[in-house]
Design a protein around this ligand. Structure first.
Ligand code: NAG
Ligand code: NAG
Length: 499
């Protein structure tokens, strides 16, 4: 009997172990939440801090405990008692791990042993060291690696070419003048936002936990006067103790001064570089997913799309490898960020077509391995691609080609943007424009690993293909670029499964 029980357990472990989670908090179900915030400027740095806001990194991490015994918690979970009164159900408390003073750390504020001399007056480096420190406060021991938090990432697309703040394909360049090429209203347009933080707390019912971040890029704005004419972002997270999972409710609004904004929820690597970030990072991916063996599961409920320019990414994957296929090592002149994402806004223009081949990858690979060249008009699925752009430092590109923006990352980048299309259906992705859009909330199980293994990415001829190991998996939108556009969505059940 005991042997049978043991083999049943072994069998269960085998079946379960087959699809292990790569994230520390599978499906966002853990009561003791770990969530952090980061704001990036145009080239994924800080540049300068907003007055009185500290370094744009913050975290909200806590464990849930019961004031009573374990037996009492079990009782509380019984539906009979749940229905009675607050007194029977208010036995929980939250033990926070990050203090207000930790979240307020910013340049000029020393923290011996945490913030180095070099970083003390350097806004870019200060943010890096603050993120590592917040990561240590939130860290959860686990196998194969400890992990720290989900990351809310906010990015301002303004670029002041006269600021000298961003490199060109990873190479430092002096300030230059190119009016109209990038959005910028003038001096200071690359500022970080204000950040208001409602630490997670238990609501009056004694069971619902809720916390939030919100703010604006218009530093002088009074949020109490409504949102007309100003930018706004908000993330609210909510869950009942012991029930279901966290729901992350997002809002993003652009303004005339800030028409290009991005807001994502990211599962980033727990160490090393994450997508687009050339410093040591902290995150949620205790195991790094590698193509083709992983899936992404999530529930997405889009309430407002953000207008025709909202590039809503059902899922975006980010990584880094060199053009010779070698892994990145922090040398920004040869490291290349690689991104691929599916845009599910049905209003998205189809830029890749037979008349604009520079917007298409050189070839498409079907699931069965058959490759078709983009000049094969009968067979190439043009409508499956929004745009392809090549790394600006690639030496052997097939023409015609468009290269990616040279300034918006710390290093060169390569981007492949997909659109819903029947060729992606085999991987569980949407096949029709409008699938999963406003009014069509869905739970997706995407074979991101299978799809990404067949995508085109540039490599120097004759070099060994790079291992496609993804250091970031994100969901959210990039509004590029429109004034007064509003997007609103809920994300839950997020998981990355190793298959
Ligand atoms: C920021 O969030 C808090 C909590 O939900 C809310 O009270 C406040 O009004 C929000 N700010 C704005 C401008 O909506
Ligand atoms: C592979 O799939 C494509 C698209 O479905 C099809 O056109 C092609 O004939 C297939 N090739 C093979 C060898 O089965």
């Amino acid at each position: 009997m005991q042997q049978l029980a043991l083999s049943v357990i072994t069998l269960l472990l085998l079946v379960h172990g087959h699809e292990g989670s790569a994230v520390g908090d599978p499906g966002m179900k853990r009561d003791g939440l770990r969530v952090a915030f980061e704001a990036w400027n145009f080239c994924n740095e800080v540049g300068f801090e907003a007055p009185h806001m500290g370094s744009p990194r913050a975290a909200d991490c806590f464990d849930v405990s019961s004031k009573y015994s374990k037996a009492h918690i079990m009782l509380n979970h019984s539906p009979h008692i749940d229905d009675q009164s607050n007194t029977a159900t208010s036995g929980y408390s939250l033990a926070h791990k990050v203090s207000d003073s930790d979240n307020e750390l910013g340049i000029g504020k020393p923290k011996p042993g945490i913030i180095s001399e070099l970083a003390l007056h350097n806004p870019d480096l200060y943010a890096v060291e603050k993120e590592l420190y917040l990561g240590s406060l939130c860290q959860v021991p686990d196998k194969p690696n400890p992990w720290s938090f989900w990351m809310v990432m906010l990015k301002n697309g303004n670029y002041d070419t006269k600021s000298g703040l961003c490199p060109q394909n990873g190479k430092k360049i002096p300030p230059f003048s190119q009016p109209g090429l990038f959005p910028c209203f003038g001096n200071g347009c690359m500022n970080p936002p204000t950040l208001n933080h409602g630490k997670t707390e238990l609501l009056g019912d004694g069971q619902t936990m809720r916390g939030w971040f919100n703010g604006t890029y218009e530093l002088e704005a009074d949020l109490g006067n409504g949102l007309d004419g100003i930018s706004y972002y908000e993330v609210v997270w909510e869950k009942r103790v012991g029930v279901g999972g966290w729901v992350f409710k997002h809002k993003l609004k652009t303004s005339a001064k800030y028409p290009w904004l991005m807001l994502y929820l990211r599962a980033d690597a727990t160490k090393g570089f994450s997508g687009g970030y050339h410093y040591d990072t902290r995150g949620m991916l205790k195991t790094l997913p590698e193509s083709p063996n992983f899936k992404v599961r999530l529930t997405l409920n889009i309430k407002q799309g953000g207008g025709p320019k909202s590039q809503f990414y059902l899922v975006d994957i980010g990584s880094c490898w060199k053009n010779n296929g070698q892994p990145c090592d922090g040398d920004v002149t040869t490291d290349v960020t690689r991104y691929s994402e599916m845009i599910i806004n049905p209003e998205t223009a189809i830029w890749c077509n037979p008349k604009s081949l520079h917007n298409c990858p050189p070839y498409h690979t079907f699931r069965n391995g058959t490759r078709v060249h983009r000049t094969d008009q009968g067979r190439f699925p043009y409508e499956a691609y929004h745009v392809y752009c090549a790394p600006g430092n690639a030496k052997h590109l097939e023409l015609p080609v468009g290269t990616c923006d040279a300034y918006s990352n710390p290093q060169a980048q390569e981007i492949l943007q997909l659109l819903p299309h029947p060729v992606w259906g085999e991987y569980g992705y949407p096949t029709r424009m409008g699938d999963g859009w406003v009014g069509d909330p869905r739970t997706w199980e995407l074979d991101v690993g299978g799809l990404s293994t067949r995508l085109y990415f540039y490599q120097d001829p004759g070099t060994t293909p790079a291992r496609r190991i993804w250091t970031s998996v994100d969901v959210g939108t990039e509004i590029y670029k429109e004034d007064e556009a509003i997007a609103e969505w809920d994300l839950s059940d997020f998981d990355v499964l190793i298959t």
